[in-house]
Ligand binder design. Structure first.
Ligand SMILES: *Cc1c(COP(=O)(O)O)cnc(C)c1O
Length: 404
């Protein structure tokens, strides 16, 4: 490869917000990637639940190539065919009646929270501004979204924070009941917390959240940026629970690797945002929408969604066997292909060690905080890659155990 940059260049040119791995990936295909030295890896990380169809899926390559020869960008003084087609697909297949496009999960949530405030002002009055969120939740990195997110490590040092936000423990019905009142404009929940440790919601909790929102005239927002788009074996996770939100945010797997996000809502709620009240230069960009539209068709197919559930079983069987054999995990949890391996007491706080050891064995995995190892592979990862990746994982675990 003719390039003078290396991984070491990162530390000389980038704002130090990340600590990327020592290797430099240069190519991907399916659930495999290769680094600049030609070393091959199995990918169980999926770009943090983004690469739902793996790397360089032919359907995506075709969509991006064809659109690249038509039109790239217009901004929102004009609409475009890929955006209209994608919006129509999202509406035809979900509760939604209206769609707002953005470029990242954080931006979709920013739009959702602003919409909730605007709607409540118009329908409930000037004091109806409070947002109820949960501890350990994650909603993005803008100042508003880190503030709504329930992890202090992401707000520390950035104060003053926007007011009017309350946090309660996740899956705790009484705490939610106690926090909602006539001044609540919205309750925001991840149906399965991703960054916070891969924690699925109890069905009774989401049902109660819906009831409480209806009782107090608050909007229910589901952040499905990580758990949506086929990840749990359903197009969106709310469909499994049969609890319908007023606003839903989607990103990550939506573009399969091309940056795009969407906020879905009803016609009635959407009306609170009039022309000029919110916007995005790139949101609804034809390139992003063309790719997302192609990705959507593959994910929203019964075979793909059934395939997620089969792969879930293969992962759970393999991971539970590792758990029983090694005692490294206290619990394997999650749904579909968003899986959390909770480290047992002896290994608590050491998730990063496992990520590093796995990489040395040729396997990409993720953390979800210091105590949980997270897997978010492609939704169509081949059975053989799962088998090989699990064997690599087991070897990495043996090395960590030997060094502790
Ligand atoms: C990743 C994530 C976000 C933020 O998405 P970005 O694209 O990084 O802005 C928001 N909510 C959830 C649940 C996420 O997992």
């Amino acid at each position: 490869m003719m390039t003078s940059v290396t991984r070491a260049t990162f530390d000389q040119v980038m704002v130090p917000t990340y600590a990327p791995a020592a290797m430099l990936p240069v190519r991907g295909a399916g659930s495999r990637i290769w680094d600049s030295e030609g070393r091959e890896y199995v990918d169980f990380a999926g770009g943090i639940a983004v690469n739902a169809l793996g790397h360089c899926h032919p359907v995506m390559v075709k969509a991006v190539t064809e659109q690249a020869q038509k039109i790239w960008h217009l901004a929102n003084g004009y609409t475009n065919i890929p955006a209209l087609e994608l919006a129509q697909k999202l509406i035809d297949n979900t509760f939604a009646e209206r769609v707002f496009f953005a470029n990242s999960g954080g931006e979709a949530n920013e739009a959702a929270f602003k919409l909730a405030r605007a709607y409540a002002k118009q329908h409930g009055g000037p004091n109806k501004v409070e947002i109820v969120s949960t501890f350990n939740s994650f909603h993005g990195r803008t100042l508003f979204t880190v503030s709504v997110g329930g992890q202090e490590k992401y707000t520390k040092g950035f104060e003053p924070l926007p007011p009017g936000i309350k946090h309660v423990p996740y899956n705790d019905i009484d705490a939610l009941d106690g926090a909602i009142n006539e001044n609540t404009c919205a309750v925001v929940l991840e149906p399965m917390q991703g960054e916070g440790g891969v924690t699925p919601a109890d069905a009774a909790y989401l049902k109660k959240a819906r009831e409480l929102c209806d009782k107090h005239g608050a909007l229910l927002i589901f952040d499905e940026v990580q758990c949506g788009m086929g990840r749990t074996g359903y197009l969106y996770n709310y469909m499994e629970y049969g609890v319908t939100p007023d606003i839903l945010t989607s990103a990550k797997a939506l573009g399969g690797g091309f940056p795009i996000a969407a906020m879905l809502t009803t016609e009635k709620v959407a009306k609170a945002l009039a022309v000029g009240s919110h916007g995005s230069t790139y949101g609804g960009n034809p390139m992003a929408c063309a790719v997302a539209s192609a990705v959507f068709d593959v994910i929203n197919h019964p075979d793909t969604l059934a395939g997620v559930r089969q792969r879930h079983d293969q992962f759970f069987n393999g991971l539970n066997a590792i758990k029983d054999k090694t005692g490294v995990f206290s619990l394997v949890r999650g749904k579909g292909l968003l899986i959390g391996c909770v480290l047992s007491e002896k290994y608590a706080g050491k998730s990063k060690d496992f990520v590093t050891a796995a990489l040395a064995e040729g396997l990409l995995i993720l953390q979800a905080g210091p105590d949980v190892i997270r897997l978010a592979p492609s939704l169509i990862i081949p059975e053989a890659d799962i088998k090989e990746g699990l064997a690599k994982f087991e070897r990495a675990i043996a090395k960590v155990m030997a060094s502790v």
